[in-house]
Design a binder for this molecule. Structure first.
Ligand code: ZN
Length: 502
């Protein structure tokens, strides 16, 4: 077969798989938002059917022949085509190394393990989940062996979420973060001046939270003619297609921060999706190159922008108008201090931006040891407690607020956690460069103008898709390879200022 014809056939198949995946995305979004409980069993059948079709397509041996015909040819010469061929090859090799029985058993066991995990968490009883964790870890170790690796099995799993990342590099990055952030968090928690977070736990009617969150999303540049924001149990963002990005958040009428900052986080993911090159839809080159880079866009808008003083100079008067009962007697500085409170807590999902990566570090160490076999499932609660004492200086009350708090392991997602921290690291690097290029972004933010930052991200990140791998994209956009120091510097500067005695 001629290389160009092989390329065209690969492209056709890639678009078809993307269409299947986008059908599954609509069904999954509907399940999270509007599906009645009675639809659950049929929905599971629909999703399993689509997943099976997608898997068959992704592992069709014909893909191997087509790739052989196109690699090293002119048809793979242009940057987008080269990126497509690179990613098609990577995915084909990965999926075809995994035998169907292993894939099916993993799907079955993780589906049951997630139910057992949920029940174990409700009962705060790790013992109930332990045999399931053992089975999932054993399957993931078999998966890593089938996929192959140079240094350690965890690398093979990491590759699923962050192509090119290696445990050894991540360990170095986490080492820097722990050395800097653990003492910073301790100092801030012990500082004499502390925020009054009670102001965030007053009455914030859900309908007004929704209106305020939507107004903020629109002001940041989220296009509601090509996206939606709905309520769901868990905040998420689902890209259905180039003109259709679904965000969800959740509202607690007695708490302000959770819904608002979850919304900004998902808006960050959504802005990225809305900024991808629509001409490359259905091609890997037109997608995000890694979860870490995707997360960086969420964390950038949530933290660097949304937790900043300049952002609230613009939004606080609007917040006061939306929630006069809660905020009439609260000054801007006190509100801004409250939303930026730092304090070690046992729960990752509620962690502030200084301690967040310490939670991720604990998980990275534990799952790496589980996959290598150094740590047995039975010893997880003790190891978890030890890691939390070491990283955060606290001891979880029970398994529910300890090792059972996250569902990632039950779902078989080993290697996913580090992408959260990579997101923070990339976000800090990108934001520092965007800020420097603009000669300071704060003045525009204080006027409610976020277009300059969005356009910078459009050009340097979003429209580039996966034409280069994530680490290289960050290097080209930010001017340096992935590096935790800009994150540490930004946090030291910001919190040193905030917690300074008046
Ligand atoms: Zn996210």
């Amino acid at each position: 077969m001629k290389p160009q014809a092989a390329y065209d056939e690969l492209l056709r198949r890639s678009r078809e798989r993307a269409l299947l995946a986008s059908c599954a995305a609509v069904l999954a979004w509907d399940e999270d938002t509007y599906m009645p409980a009675g639809g659950a069993a049929h929905r599971a059948d629909q999703l399993a059917y689509l997943a099976g079709l997608e898997h068959d397509q992704a592992t069709d041996p014909r893909l191997g022949d087509l790739l052989d015909a196109v690699e090293d040819s002119d048809a793979a010469g242009a940057p987008a085509a080269a990126a497509n061929v690179r990613e098609w090859r990577r995915l084909y090799d990965r999926t075809s190394r995994l035998a169907r029985p292993l894939v099916e058993e993993t799907a079955r066991v993780t589906s049951l393990a997630q139910q057992e995990w949920a029940a174990a968490r409700r009962a705060a009883d790790f013992g109930r989940f332990r045999p399931w964790l053992e089975r999932v870890v054993a399957l993931k170790r078999r998966e890593a062996d089938a996929l192959g690796y140079d240094d350690e099995p965890y690398d093979a799993l990491l590759e699923e979420y962050e192509p090119g990342a290696r445990s050894r590099d991540l360990a170095g990055l986490f080492g820097v973060l722990r050395a800097e952030l653990a003492p910073l968090a301790e100092r801030l928690a012990a500082a004499p001046r502390q925020p009054d977070v009670g102001v965030l736990r007053r009455d914030y009617p859900a309908d007004r939270q929704r209106a305020f969150g939507e107004a903020a999303a629109a002001a940041l540049g989220f296009d509601f003619t090509r996206g939606r924001l709905d309520a769901a149990v868990h905040p998420s963002s689902v890209a259905v297609g180039p003109g259709d990005v679904r965000l969800t958040t959740r509202y607690d009428p007695h708490e302000f921060s959770d819904a608002f900052f979850s919304t900004l986080h998902e808006v960050g993911h959504g802005l990225y999706e809305q900024g991808l090159d629509a001409a490359l839809t259905g091609q890997p080159a037109g997608d995000a190159p890694s979860l870490g880079l995707h997360e960086s866009q969420a964390r950038l808008w949530e933290n660097a922008v949304g937790h900043g003083r300049a952002f609230w100079e613009h939004f606080y008067p609007l917040a006061r108008r939306a929630f006069p009962e809660a905020l009439a007697d609260v000054a801007l500085d006190d509100f801004h201090f409250a939303v930026n409170r730092v304090g070690p807590s046992p729960i990752r999902a509620r962690a502030d931006e200084v301690t967040y990566d310490l939670h991720v570090l604990a998980r990275f160490e534990l799952e790496r040891a589980l996959v290598s076999g150094e740590l047995g499932a039975a010893d997880v609660p003790a190891a978890w407690g030890e890691a939390y004492r070491r990283c955060l200086g606290l001891t979880p009350r029970d398994d529910a607020e300890g090792c059972l708090q996250d569902g990632h392991w039950a779902a078989g997602m080993f290697g996913y956690f580090p992408t959260y921290t990579l997101g923070n690291v990339f976000a800090a690097q990108l934001y520092a460069r965007a800020d420097a290029d603009a000669g300071g972004l704060d003045a525009a933010f204080a006027r409610g103008d976020f277009g300059g930052l969005l356009e910078w991200l459009r050009v340097k990140v979003h429209r580039r898709g996966a034409v280069v791998p994530a680490a290289r994209l960050v290097e080209e956009a930010a001017g340096g390879p992935p590096d935790p120091r800009p994150l540490v510097a930004a946090l030291r500067r910001k919190y040193g200022e905030l917690y300074k005695a008046p």
